[in-house]
Design a protein around this ligand. Sequence first.
Ligand code: AMP
Length: 303
Amino acid sequence: MSILVVGSVAFDSIKTPFGVADDVLGGSACYFSTSASFFTDVNLVAVIGDDFPQEHVDFLRSRNINLDGLQKSSGETFRWKGRYDYDLNEAHTLETHLNVFESFKPELPENYRDAEYVFLANIDPELQLEVLQQVKNPKLVACDTMNFWIEGKKEELIKTLAKVDILVINDAEVRQLADEPNIIKAAEIVRGFGPRILVVKRGEYGVLMFGEGSIFSAPAYPLEEVFDPTGAGDTFAGGFVGYLAATRNLDEHNLRKATVFGTVMASFTVEKFSLDRLREIEFSEISDRYKKIKLLTEFADID
Ligand code: AMP
């Protein structure tokens, strides 16, 4: 079953303690779609400027991502500039240039409107809602966001969240959105805004999934070298929603498996800049890491 995704397609400029990259392919929708494409078909909605190179379009097509909803406008593509210090869990945004996203009016191609699985990747919550309103009868709506929108457009974000089933968000952001420092209490408050499931990303400490009366914890894949964490969250979401859409099963058991697939996908992205690591991997490497995480968390019952 294919997924409809709206989000950013970007040029990222990144500095980590291990290197620098300028104007590389990034954006929430690119990471999400590339990751999800290992599991299912993806229909992408986004906007690029006239500076966006054909080689990036060709790469997305090579992953079988449907680009009928990728608009090209005159102007510059969205740009994000960020820095990480030795605590790679925290991204410091240096510059955000919305550029062509400022005047973007998403218009879904007819063949996208029957989407059953929808992912509202990190982008202006008003655009997220505009896209969602054009989808006839979605079975699952998942969503991501970030501090930039929580600070600038909280009311609009809360309106979008009322229509969302699963929110994928990082720990600092869930605290900020709930205005509550305790993560368990914060998760309950945010679930009260609409999403029945909340997936909280905690960088190298893994993921917590909160449902009705349940919490599931998945560790991060233990990597010796993390090079650039940019896109880890979107890549997680791509594996998570990709697996759910591919298996068409939303029970707790399957949600847990999806969480681990998301974790595995993110573990590849952080090994290189941009989408470079995702360009190389085969599905067998994904399965190997899945099995290793299972072993990592296995322990015996009480005697
Ligand atoms: P993450 O998975 O959270 O590391 O997301 C990183 C990606 O988010 C980068 O590739 C950026 O281009 C993109 N990004 C950063 N800020 C924004 C924003 N305000 N809206 C949409 N996308 C953004």
